[in-house]
Ligand binder design. Sequence first.
Ligand code: CTP
Length: 408
Amino acid sequence: MGSAAKPKVVLGVSGGIAAYKACELLRRLTESGHDVRVVPTDSALHFVGEATWSALSGNPVSTEVWETVHEVPHVRIGQAADLVVVAPTTADMLAKAAHGLADDLLTNTLLTARCPVVFAPAMHTEMWEHPATQENVATLRRRGAVVIEPAVGRLTGVDTGKGRLPDPAEIFEVCRRVLARGADALATDLAGRHVVVSAGGTREPLDPVRYLGNRSSGKQGYALARAAAARGARVTLVEANTGIADPAGVDVVHVGTALQLREAVLKAVADADAVVMAAAVADFRPAVYAAGKIKKKDDGGAPTVELVRNPDILAELAADRALPGQVVVGFAAETDDVLANGREKLRRKGCDLLVVNEVGERKTFGSEENEAVVLASDGGETPVPYGPKEALAETVWDLVLPRLRPAT
Ligand code: CTP
């Protein structure tokens, strides 16, 4: 791709210790074919120097409106951008952006940009929770900016709490979504809703070192969780063995086995508007867990492992809905007679929607792409062509939306 065709991204960096994490975001953006111009504030340069930004972006770095004045950088950089992302965004930067201050190149760029703007705040919990900051965030969101919820965890020094910069990989996912969907990415049609998503594959322990598992990567479930959060929902993601970083702005519950997943999902759905079971839940578990490692026998024989059935969580959620009108969505992997088997499974499980994947070579497991048909209990059938898992995630929420009970 020639540089003319590359989407132009402005990476604004304001002065927080998390500035070093923006290097990773920058690397992901450039490696995925974006033309990135870094605009650090003066204080950001105390944390990461100009040479690093310039080398990683392959572009000149400017902070001053007074540099190369003939090029009018304070106007041109914002005007030319397809996306502006500010990571980290300090409390001070949120305040400036909300109030339209323009005392350096980054704040000028924010005023001249007509493209989507993503803010990834990072600060101490007290600063994030302060009413002034919260009002600034609300103002920016009302105007259409995407303000990512900070993550919870270790902050600078000994403090922990909400205020950490989300994982750069997750900020990158938000940027990708916003660039791919344009104005649609800013729709908050799931605002005020609570949705629960399960993702990954459960592992059923045999002994302290072995388990029965499956090949689910969890990518589809994560795409669903990210999409719902971006559309304004409060999202609980129940995750089994994926190893993927927590998505920005999502409450994540980590589990291992099918029984743990069931417990976490049943707890989370108590006040949920919708639940999507994207996890590959083991249908069977070893009847006995050996407290010590199962050893080889001298007679050359192999042990017989007795299995017992795990509860079918999806069927249980559908049969015994925590709230009237709660939308229940399942996934099915089929190799033959995909639609007929899918229809039968939809009826048997009693869910509202069933996303039917054809599994086979190259398809579904671990891949970035997916192809599916979404079957509805009212007879609807929505084919989703081969494409990114994000696209399937958006289609699932598009189909959930009209089925949601009226908002309270
Ligand atoms: N599921 C569940 N609890 C289980 C097994 C599966 O909730 N114990 C859910 C999965 O999260 C998924 C759907 O049910 O949404 C998959 O149904 P399943 O009956 O396992 O279908 P397949 O995986 O397609 O397998 P099979 O056809 O062999 O039944």
